[in-house]
Write a protein that binds this ligand. Structure first.
Ligand code: OGA
Ligand code: ZN
Length: 370
């Protein structure tokens, strides 16, 4: 039998389940989460927390079967809780999250052929296959879509299957071609060393999609490296450099005729548990370093150590994208770059867009419902 009792000294309701599990629910938490306070359709909270005193307390408790009924002293309200719901929401327990897929760092031995991949057709029509592919993309941070139609819409349709496109100063989508008067090194035929895009933004875009429409020029191969793996190895080899990159905010800037977008941030961003959550690394958008002179030596040493690792073959996966392929990668984790190409020898055209991490996570959660 499930039992519930008041613990006035701690201001909690103590619930005990027959299998030995117990939990203590603060009074105000119970009142705040009374099911009657949520809109029946939207399930959003309508209850106004300030409509009750902070010291609200139960007048009476009753357990009948699977229902805990609480009558409250202060506002004469009666709350009914399903004990299974209470068990799932024990204080200190986070809601299970299907999108919390642990990252699995990889190095240069990740074979291009073994990247998670799915056809554009499957992506559009098979929910389960899309969910598997999204989970794989979360784990490795990079995955391929194949057999896209030879038009710019095809890549966008595929990306929109995952989430809303993130518009930036380069537009809702962007064409990576060598063009006259470029406002960005990507729009030249130059080599692009490994980087993350839009490091100058307050929130750099999460996932990047590059749909290859043509790649017939000499050169132009793609390079990728897992920034998480580089950070992990740097931490093991040179803890001081790692700590400097995780704590020193440096300036990033993009500016052209229309915009001047700046952000100071760290190269490595750590989450609450000390895990690496984001890499912000872009030598061409790094603004003039504005640290005090005394801090520069140590910073440069640390920054160069990260940069030097990113050049090591042991981290780099390289392959040429073929037309009809679209590479997707976590732009806040995976560094990408390309070899120089010779526009005189053929056409090279990638069409790109971004979808933020939160949108992709939402798709994983919705697809996981069924
Ligand atoms: C970019 C970029 C890669 C490529 O547009 O930011 O990195 O292969 N392009 O051209
Ligand atoms: Zn880029």
């Amino acid at each position: 039998m499930i039992t519930a009792s008041l613990r006035a000294e701690s201001g909690t309701v103590h619930v005990a389940w027959p299998e030995g599990l117990t939990a203590d629910y603060p009074y105000l938490w119970l009142r705040d989460n009374c099911p009657s306070g949520f809109h029946p359709q939207t399930q959003e909270r309508e209850f106004d927390l300030l409509s009750v005193p902070e010291t609200i307390a139960p007048r009476n408790l009753e357990i009948e079967g699977e229902t805990l009924t609480i009558s409250w002293t202060n506002d004469n309200h009666v709350s009914r809780f399903d004990t299974t719901w209470l068990k799932a929401h024990r204080p200190g327990t986070q809601r299970p999250d299907p999108a919390a897929v642990p990252a699995e760092p990889w190095r240069g031995d990740l074979a291009a052929a073994s990247l998670p991949r799915m056809s554009a057709d499957d992506m559009l029509t098979r929910d389960n296959a899309l969910l598997d592919w999204l989970n794989a993309l979360k784990r490795t941070g990079i995955a391929m879509v194949t057999e896209l139609a030879d038009d710019q819409e095809a890549g966008l349709t595929a990306a929109r299957r995952i989430g809303h496109l993130r518009e930036t100063n380069f537009g809702l989508t962007f064409n990576v071609v060598s063009k006259p008067n470029p406002n960005n090194l990507a729009y030249t035929a130059h080599r692009l060393p490994l980087h993350t895009d839009l490091a100058n933004q307050e929130l750099p875009p999460g996932f990047q999609f590059l749909h290859c429409l043509a790649n017939d020029a000499e050169g132009g191969g793609s390079l990728f490296a897992d920034g998480y793996a580089i950070a992990e190895d740097l931490k093991a080899q040179d803890r001081e450099a790692y700590d400097i990159l995780a704590t020193t905010k440096i300036p990033f800037r993009f500016h052209d005729r229309e915009s001047d977008i700046r952000k100071h941030d760290t190269v490595i961003r750590l989450g609450a548990g000390g895990t690496v959550e984001e890499i912000r690394f872009n030598a061409h958008l790094a603004d003039i370093l504005d640290l005090p002179a005394a801090a520069m030596r140590d910073f440069y040493r640390a920054y160069r150590a990260f940069m030097a690792l990113s050049r090591q073959e042991r981290y780099i996966v390289s392959f040429a994208l073929g037309s009809g392929e679209m590479i997707a990668f976590d732009n806040r984790r995976v560094l990408h770059g390309r070899d120089a190409f010779d526009p005189a020898t053929g056409r090279r055209h990638l069409h790109g867009c971004y979808v933020d991490r939160g949108d992709l996570d939402s798709r994983i959660r919705v697809l996981s419902r069924t």
